[in-house]
Design a protein around this ligand. Structure first.
Ligand SMILES: Cc1cc2nc3c(=O)[nH]c(=O)nc-3n(C[C@H](O)[C@H](O)[C@H](O)COP(=O)(O)OP(=O)(O)OC[C@H]3O[C@@H](n4cnc5c(N)ncnc54)[C@H](O)[C@@H]3O)c2cc1C
Length: 560
């Protein structure tokens, strides 16, 4: 039997996207010994490195701006459900993070000494910074990786999947993980555990995510005794690429095109249709994501969709020179895919993109489980029912920095025996799956969520999805816990992923079924109106192994 690999650190951080890397930097600079782990490569997995567009912060370089205006816009988009202290923290601290990144040479697009800021839907000022051309996320990740390599006190461990937050005597005492390339179980004891595992959009068949965004952190948090909030609010990105076939490019790349150049969203009859849903665009880009998703679905439903079941997006009225001035080499990459935007319309349709819900934390990023913190997209509540564009990277950087600061100040009597015992319990056993195919179940679950728990929901579809999720959960549980049979055991990893995906999917579906109204990113066909009585958050937790839901008033500023 391979022995458990043991490590200790002051702070263990799970996930090395923008939030995890920022947390590691801040914690290490405050003197903590930090272990930063990721199931992928450090700083190259997850959403941060994929993001191509903008980061919102009221730095006031393009026009007079104030973080309070950013905060007001964030609350307006959140439709009354934002955790106000978290939203305030996001907007108030974003400028400091963005300017710090500038000092670290991230390369924000700028003219002279002024950082360029673009207007984006839902923002009341030109507030969104970016790195040209479509390089924002890669540049942010690169910069944080470079800072990490210059910072003493951070040990980086790639290829390591966190399986469990180990809790002893009511406190988080470490992480039990699995090292993919050696096949060994790993026990990491720490004073503070920060989960920065990002979002959950891999749960959906059509998503903008990478394969390591199946919502592990949500499931880990629930099993550790933490609460989740607003799990029903999955943001769908309205203009994900649908057709023609496009290789090696981001499916949500059409948004930056629309920021810079506008572009016409057309139905099968060639009409700009958003006016029918309350927003006149006239070639500009004004519609928020939830409304655009709704508008495209409704056009398709009315038989006015594009051939593959979406909408047309046209830049045909924009000259080649304007396209090149805005997007330089990206135009050549499109040409390699046979796409000439001066002659070709493309087809777009909604795609799961971001999660507003997540772990319940306070402004110091502490959950209700002592020693367990969260940061980044995994945190719930700041965006309420709908996130403003550009706020997610700000959230990752701001919450990451805050989590790092809090975690570095924590100390406790360490309990390595409990962490080792959790890891040892996962060793041994045949792991015979018979005919069971976890990869096929993952595909089934993704299709199920896309169809029945997608942007438009009703009670029948949600109840059907819930019944199937429960059946799949029971079937998986009957096989016993997943046991690795060596290095790179793909079936084992699929089983780990599936267990997390099923629990997270159940949390979304239960919350979506309970909220019988439409608000922001949660649209119920059977309850199409927003209901004032639903101006509350829903909290999910595990109670004796079962998911429980509770309604509570929104956390307002004056209650903080
Ligand atoms: C294609 C795309 C484009 C986007 N564009 C923008 C944009 O322009 N502007 C904006 O504001 N937002 C954008 N977003 C959203 C934004 O990028 C994310 O919300 C943000 O980057 C999340 O950062 P994070 O650090 O919380 O998580 P991530 O960057 O997703 O990092 C999470 C990390 O956790 C790791 N991980 C997960 N589970 C485990 C586990 N069990 N064990 C170990 N490691 C684990 C993953 O491998 C990953 O590296 C975009 C998202 C996508 C997908």
């Amino acid at each position: 039997m391979a022995e458990v690999l043991e490590r200790e650190a002051d702070v263990v951080i799970v996930g090395s996207g923008g939030a995890g890397m920022y947390a590691a930097l801040v914690a290490a600079r405050a003197g903590a010994d930090v272990l930063l782990l990721d199931r992928s490569l450090i700083g190259r997995g997850g959403a941060t490195v994929m993001a191509q567009m903008t980061v919102a912060a009221a730095i006031g370089h393009a026009e007079l701006d104030d973080w309070r205006d950013h905060y007001a816009d964030t609350l307006a988009a959140g439709r009354g459900l934002n955790n106000e202290p978290l939203a305030r923290l996001l907007c108030a601290d974003a400028p400091e993070r963005i300017l710090e990144m500038a000092e670290w040479n991230v390369g924000w697009a700028s003219e002279g000494n002024a950082i360029t800021q673009a207007m984006a839907p839902g923002h009341s000022a030109r507030r969104c910074v970016y790195v040209d051309y479509l390089d924002t996320g890669p540049a942010v990740s690169r910069t944080l990786r470079a800072q990490l390599s210059r910072t003493e006190g951070v040990t980086r461990l790639a290829d390591l999947v966190a399986r469990e937050v180990v809790v002893a005597d009511g406190r988080a005492v470490g992480i039990h993980g699995h090292h993919l390339s050696s096949g060994r179980e790993v026990a990491i004891t720490a004073d503070a555990v920060v989960l920065a595992t990002g979002g959950l959009t891999r749960l959906y068949a059509r998503n903008s995510a990478s394969a390591n965004m199946g919502g592990d952190g949500f499931a880990l948090a629930l099993r550790a005794g933490a609460e989740l909030v607003d799990m029903e609010f999955v943001q769908f990105f309205p203009i994900g690429h649908l057709a023609p076939r496009m290789i090696g490019m981001d499916p949500i790349m059409w948004d930056p095109f629309r920021y810079k150049l506008g572009g016409r969203l057309l139905n099968a009859e060639g009409e700009e249709f958003t006016e029918r849903y309350g927003v006149t665009e006239d070639g500009s880009y004004k519609i928020t994501r939830d409304l655009a998703t709704y508008a495209i679905y409704k056009e398709v439903e009315a038989g006015r969709g594009s051939p593959h079941g979406g909408a047309w997006l046209s830049f045909e009225h924009i000259s080649e020179s304007d396209l090149r001035a805005a997007f330089g080499p990206v135009i050549d990459r499109l040409a390699a895919n046979g796409i000439d935007l001066t002659k070709t319309r493309i087809e777009v349709s909604p795609i799961a993109h971001y999660h507003m819900g997540g772990m319940v934390v306070d402004e110091a990023m502490r959950s209700r489980v002592p020693g367990l913190l969260a940061a980044g997209e995994l945190v719930g509540g700041a965006g309420g029912a709908n996130r403003l564009s550009g706020n997610a990277i700000s959230e990752a950087l701001v919450f990451g920095a805050r989590a790092g600061q809090t975690a570095a100040a924590m100390s406790t009597a360490r309990n390595s025996a409990a962490v080792r015992a959790a890891a040892e319990a996962a060793i041994g056993g045949a792991g015979d799956l018979g005919d069971y195919n976890p990869a096929a179940r993952i595909l089934e679950l993704q299709g199920l969520l896309n169809r029945d728990v997608g942007p438009f929901r009703d009670a029948d579809a949600l109840a059907r999805a819930l019944a199937r999720i429960e059946a799949m959960t029971a079937e998986a549980a009957a096989l016993g816990p997943p046991i690795a049979q060596g290095a790179f055991d793909a079936a084992f990893l699929d089983r780990l992923d599936l267990a997390n995906m099923l629990l997270t999917a159940e949390a979304i579906t239960r919350a979506a079924l309970a909220r019988d109204e439409s608000r922001g990113a949660h649209q119920r066909e059977d309850y199409p109106e927003m209901d004032d009585a639903w101006g509350e958050n829903q909290y999910s937790s595990l109670s004796e192994g079962r998911l429980a839901l509770e309604r509570r008033p929104v956390v307002r500023e004056d209650a903080a």
